[in-house]
Design a protein around this ligand. Structure first.
Ligand code: 649
Length: 573
């Protein structure tokens, strides 16, 4: 739908077209409910020009500016201000009040070699202090975007942009010491927004409503930029508001008659568990067309439970829209508008790299993440790079216009990851992105089964950590609200370790010991594996990324360093 080659031109066309329509409505937590803070299209444009005019005197096009904002409407002013100035935006997570996340932030600032920091008045002092301490003061200018004087916007002059201009760097959740910034160009952004639009069938009349973190790709490109791309409205709240009262997410959909939302699988679980019957009775979800579910493994039982529960509020069957994507493809790769497409797969075949339909009791239900639009998806042997047949599992490779320009300042990693050659009987084709994810194509649908790095190889069998953790979690209610991380440690045969969070208040020492026995028995019965060690940790003990993904590699390192203190007494190694 875009006849522009850059996002600024495209967005400003929407500004001229949409009049005084709301662009952003932030629902601020007011204790008992929420308060609206919004910007209409002209106001958002004016404020973005103001920021761009401020940047123009202090940076060069192509310089990087870090965005440090609380969840709210100011973030997008900073983001668009960068794009209007031709400055590369670098969204980053705010450290929490205990200072967690400061080291990662410094790593990102250093890697991106930022020249400016944009924030807002509510946090400007704290950010100033951080700029001083982190040794960035020499190289950066800092301002609060909501403190810039009115009228400054008139000084803005458009800068030349092309499709190849880098719009922003998306830092993926690599380790603190080795941050990787994905370079997303204006052409990538427009291409991916168009993919999403085609898949979701969004229009200028389909507002989007969610609560995702705005510095993460799904929050930024899905929840915020997609409605702006379409000329519709983004209605959003803080992730904390959602975590405190999951009901408010569904309430907002119902209240604002929003047809589209987006969230990771855990949010659907939380909604099933925490929305009470009285709350359910207040909801009318008949307006909802699609709630996208991506970013984490998608569970059939979650989709079923969510669909069943909210049917009582008028939610249509098939409203949950599984999808798959990653920062390196800008965001979206595949999606399943029809909702619940499942395949019951034979577990033994799965261990050997194949999806074979089974009606047996022990079949694993796999959820389709849908099919691609214009992007090419291939399943490839990660060792030989041969393209595999339908129904075989291998690494997911993707090619097409949404594939980002590479990792910032990492030409070798970029070549390896973004320009791989896939081999078929007809020869080789270059330019594929290696996603690092494992999956299979079956009848045109993509099934994502795990991640290459996390795969558990035990006695020549391929086991998926996610499955084992899920099975263990079913053993006792005290495990159900926690997360787990399983991995193998060296040795022949390989030693399987499971670390899991447990609600400590619920159990005494004997009960914990019984729990251990039960988990071991269950894993043996289900997978015929021996658990070398079970480590039980209090809630919050399993490391996660800022977008909520379990960090299995990091938990394995901690385990090997002996720094995990299991609640199971006498569990030394
Ligand atoms: C994943 C983001 C998910 C992520 C695209 C969602 C209107 C219309 C649409 C809209 C809003 C308004 O986690 C993106 C699919 C489209 C939203 C459109 O919203 N990125 S990441 O780089 O941090 O991580 C990527 C990794 O997450 C895992 C994979 O390991 C992937 O490499 N992942 C999944 N794992 C299993 N199943 C899936 N379906 C997964 N999707 C992502």
């Amino acid at each position: 739908m875009s006849n522009r080659s850059d996002f600024v031109g495209h967005f400003r066309d929407r500004v001229s077209e949409q009049g005084e329509k709301q662009a952003l409505i932030f629902l601020a937590d007011s204790g008992s409910g929420v308060t609206e803070r919004s910007f209409d299209y002209p106001e958002l444009d004016r404020r973005a020009r103001r920021v761009a005019a401020w940047l123009a005197g202090r940076t060069e096009p192509g310089d990087r500016a870090m965005l440090l904002f609380l969840p709210g409407r100011e973030f997008m002013v900073g983001f668009l201000g960068c794009l209007y100035a031709g400055v590369v935006a670098v969204p980053a997570p705010m450290p929490d009040s205990n200072g967690r996340g400061v080291a990662r932030l410094a790593g990102i600032a250093r890697d991106a070699d930022v020249r400016a920091v944009l924030s807002e008045q509510a946090v400007a002092e704290a950010i100033d202090a951080w700029v001083q301490h982190s040794g960035l003061a020499e190289q950066v200018v800092h301002t609060a975007v909501d403190a810039l004087p009115e009228g400054l916007e008139d000084d803005w002059r458009p800068v030349p942009l092309t499709g190849d201009s880098v719009a922003f760097l998306q830092y993926t959740s690599g380790s603190t010491s080795d941050p990787k910034g994905v370079m997303v160009t204006h052409a990538n952004l427009l291409h991916n927004e168009e993919e999403i639009h085609q898949a979701v069938r969004s229009t200028s009349e389909t507002p989007v409503c969610s609560w995702l973190p705005q510095f993460h790709d799904m929050g930024l490109i899905g929840q915020l930029l997609h409605p702006l791309y379409m000329g519709s409205t983004s209605i959003f709240m803080s992730p904390l508001t959602f975590l405190k009262r999951p009901y408010l997410w569904l309430w907002a959909l119902s209240e604002y008659r929003a047809p589209i939302s987006v969230a990771p699988n855990f949010a659907f679980e939380l909604a099933v568990r925490r929305v009470t019957d009285e709350q359910l009775a207040t909801l009318d979800l008949s307006c909802v067309e699609s709630i996208l579910n991506g970013s984490e493994p998608i569970q059939a039982h979650t989709l079923d439970a969510f669909t069943e529960k909210f049917a009582a509020a008028g939610l249509r069957d098939g409203a949950v829209f599984p999808c798959y994507g990653l920062a390196e493809t800008t965001l979206f790769v595949t999606g399943s508008r029809d909702g619940r497409v499942y395949t019951d797969a034979d577990p033994k075949a799965l261990e050997q790299g194949g999806i074979v339909a089974s009606t047996a009791e022990d079949a694993r239900t796999l959820v389709s993440s849908g099919s691609a639009g214009t992007l090419e998806v291939r399943i490839v042997d990660p060792e030989t790079h041969q393209v595999l047949a339908d129904g075989r599992t291998g690494e997911i490779w993707v090619r097409g216009g949404s594939i980002a320009a590479g990792y910032w300042k990492q030409p070798e990693k970029t070549e390896e990851t973004f320009n791989a050659a896939a081999i078929t009987a007809d020869g080789a084709t270059a330019g594929h992105l290696r996603t690092g994810d494992i999956g299979a194509l079956l009848d045109g649908e993509l099934y994502v089964t795990g991640r290459l790095k996390d795969m558990l190889i035990v006695n020549g069998r391929n086991l998926y950590p996610h499955d084992l953790e899920h099975t263990a979690r079913q053993v006792h209610a005290a495990l159900q609200t926690g997360v787990g991380a399983s991995f193998v440690v060296d040795g022949k045969p390989e030693k399987l370790v499971l670390v899991h969070e447990v609600k400590t208040s619920a159990l005494d020492g004997t009960e914990l010991a019984d729990l251990e026995k039960a988990i071991r028995a269950e894993l043996r019965a289900e997978y015929d594996v021996h658990l070398h060690e079970l480590v039980l940790l209090p809630r919050g003990g399993v490391a996660r990324t800022t977008s909520g993904k379990v960090r299995r590699g990091s938990m394995r390192e901690k385990y090997l360093a002996g720094s995990l203190e299991s609640l199971l007494t006498g569990a030394g190694r």
